[in-house]
Write a protein that binds this ligand. Structure first.
Ligand code: ZN
Length: 240
């Protein structure tokens, strides 16, 4: 199976469309949560994903928008955007988000938003957090999002190693256990504003990492019109 692995769409339809068209034909979309929050198109993004054969887990912004998390744990801009997203959400899409689970296992892969230990909130930013999490999933590989930074963490006998994933990089997965982050679609945070995603070939067990430019100004115009915080609008241009 050819799976499109993506995370953190964050209501950015222009970025999502760019990824879907760049990825081409896939058998299934694997979504690692945070479909909503921050951006201007919550319903459009959820509906677009729902049209496709897909599996999806919940993220902290999905819970924030639903009111399943206390928004005082969010920074003020994220909170404001969550509340705006909440007001836009259709009853049907609310129901869809509400039904998402926190962890999914498919074949050799565990899917979570944050970490297998704390699926909704924990950030795997470096080898320390990764190392602490290898004991919390049973499959060879775990796919995470949440940091919006593409990276790969390799379990070691004494310590865990971390590597950034580079655009165009292709990697055969071997016997080593891995935690893999495809980066963020709708709000990348590694200094590259291009939408980030991964293609997984489950038969060959190969991942390919890609970045794709999208019309950032289109999303920014819609955010401005919606009255979303200027800081959230500006950060899209610099990929942070
Ligand atoms: Zn996110």
């Amino acid at each position: 199976m050819r799976a499109l692995v993506l995370s953190d769409i964050h209501s950015n339809l222009a970025a999502l469309e760019a990824v879907l068209s760049d990825a081409g034909e896939v058998d299934q979309v694997w979504c690692l949560g945070d479909l909503v929050g921050y951006g201007p198109d919550p319903n459009e993004c959820i509906s677009r994903i729902r049209e496709l054969p897909h599996i999806c887990v919940a993220g902290n912004h999905d819970y924030g928008v639903l009111g399943k998390l206390d928004l005082s744990d969010f920074n003020s801009h994220a909170r404001e955007a969550c509340l705006w997203n909440r007001r836009q959400l259709s009853a049907d899409n609310r129901q869809y988000l509400d039904a998402l689970g926190e962890t999914l296992v498919t074949g050799d892969f565990t899917l979570v938003h944050g970490s297998p230990r704390m699926p909704i909130w924990e950030y795997i930013l470096g080898p320390e957090e990764a190392e602490a999490n290898f004991g919390f999933f049973d499959t060879p590989y775990c796919l995470v999002g949440h940091t919006h930074v593409p990276a790969i963490f390799i379990e070691g006998t004494s310590s865990c190693k971390a590597f950034p994933l580079r655009a165009g990089q292709s990697l055969s997965l071997g016997p080593e256990r891995l935690i893999i982050n495809p980066g963020g679609v709708g709000q990348p945070r590694d200094g590259d504003p291009g939408a980030s995603y991964m293609i997984l070939d489950t038969e060959r067990v190969v991942i390919e990492h890609y970045r794709v430019d999208y019309p950032i100004e289109e999303t920014q115009k819609r955010m401005l019109k919606a009255g979303l915080p200027p800081q959230l609008i500006a950060r899209l241009s610099i990929g942070w």
